[in-house]
Design a protein around this ligand. Structure first.
Ligand SMILES: C=CC1=C(C)c2cc3[nH]c(cc4nc(cc5[nH]c(cc1n2)c(C)c5CCC(=O)O)C(CCC(=O)O)=C4C)c(C)c3C=C
Ligand SMILES: [Fe+2]
Ligand SMILES: [Fe+2]
Length: 334
């Protein structure tokens, strides 16, 4: 059977320059599932407030992130897809696209369409489901497919936050560091507005729910619950006691996002005398602005300037052999 696998991540600007960053932020933040407020308010807030006020700072952050090979998110995913193409030869043709920016979903799906595949597996490259990432990606695929006369059988990998292949691959990276040599481990996830998490809590607000204690019955779709579950599974594999780690959320755009915030947690840890901290970021399968700049540069700088001795980020799965094999295992089950 002719099968295609399409791996989609969030995207990155074409260049670390104002014009390209503005174009990227414009497409990203005008998504109705990302800034999920009334239409007119979104247009005013995004285009007259958030983008104008963020642009200089975001461009500087992207300049710090950029390497000779470009943006890590893009080159790691391209390299991963090349390796997967070799690994899955004869079973799948593997493609890479970005939800915002390039390679665009539209252009890659156009290429896929020409090949008349019988089956298409779509894998939004996010371990934990969220409406602003996973659902937005799935909706965009569905929208593009609407105009196809002959459609393949499409399957969506909704999330893989608890898949042993994902957990083991991250644990493999964590074990490259001597966890016992650190005073504390922080599992830092990308944050979400409380509002988006609340929508998945019928009658209960995310601040009052118990998703951080155990997977609730509605847990499959709850980003907060799946972040905590990913952490528990990794901690179990590492033999890490509860008192030795903390879950936190980073990259907030405003207040009323999931708490506790990573920068606050790091400050508190330091105040309590934890001078050596290991940071794991399992919401990202690829290193990107949020890991390389926010954690490894900004949080690192603050931590060290305030008396910390070591703040070590565990590298993400990127294009590692263990993740190539892990993804092959995940998609082969579909
Ligand atoms: C788990 C993955 C992600 C979730 C959930 C997510 C939600 C989310 N993000 C924003 C706003 C921004 N995110 C930005 C960068 C960015 N976000 C993710 C992943 C998730 N976002 C990644 C991998 C990246 C980095 C991309 C790269 O090029 O390396 C940015 C741009 C940078 C900046 O200006 O800070 C914004 C803005 C919202 C509003 C949101 C949920 C509502
Ligand atoms: Fe983000
Ligand atoms: Fe929940």
């Amino acid at each position: 059977m002719k099968r295609a696998l399409l791996i989609i991540n969030i995207g990155t600007p074409d260049k670390p320059e104002k014009k390209a960053v503005r174009r990227f932020l414009f497409e990203f933040l005008n998504d109705r599932l990302v800034i999920d407020i009334p239409w007119l308010l979104q247009k005013i807030l995004v285009n007259l407030v958030i983008i104008p006020f963020r642009l200089n700072n975001s461009t500087q952050l992207y300049q710090r992130l950029w390497t000779k090979k470009g943006s890590p998110l893009l080159y790691y995913q391209s390299s991963l897809v090349n390796k997967l193409n070799n690994q899955l030869k004869g079973e799948f043709d593997v493609y890479s696209a970005m939800r915002y920016g390039n390679p665009s979903m539209k252009s890659v799906l156009k290429e896929i369409r020409k090949k008349n595949y019988e089956e298409l597996i779509v894998l939004p490259h996010y371990p934990q489901y969220a409406t602003s990432t996973t659902l937005s990606t799935i909706n965009k695929v569905k929208m593009e497919l609407k105009s196809w006369k002959s459609k393949p059988d499409v399957k969506y990998v909704k999330q893989f936050y608890d898949h042993p292949a994902f957990i083991n691959a991250f644990v493999h990276n964590i074990k490259k560091y001597n966890v016992d040599a650190y005073d504390h481990v922080v599992f830092s996830y990308h944050g979400l507005p409380d509002r988006q998490v609340n929508k998945l809590h019928p009658g209960v607000k995310s601040v009052d729910c118990s998703c951080h204690i155990a997977m609730p019955t509605h847990g499959g779709n709850c980003y907060k619950a799946t972040c905590y579950q990913t952490t528990r599974l990794m901690a179990k594999e590492l033999g890490l006691e509860k008192a030795r780690y903390t879950v936190s959320f980073q990259s907030r755009l405003s207040k009323n996002w999931l708490m506790p915030f990573t920068d606050h947690v790091l400050r508190d840890l330091l105040r309590q005398g934890n001078k050596k901290v290991l940071v794991v970021s399992p919401a990202f399968v690829t290193d990107c602005l949020e890991t390389e700049v926010e954690i490894a540069y900004e949080y690192h700088k603050e931590f060290m300037e305030n008396g910390g001795e070591k703040l070590q980020l565990v590298e993400s799965l990127n294009d590692s052999e263990i993740w190539v094999e892990g993804l092959a295992e995940i998609v082969n089950a579909y």
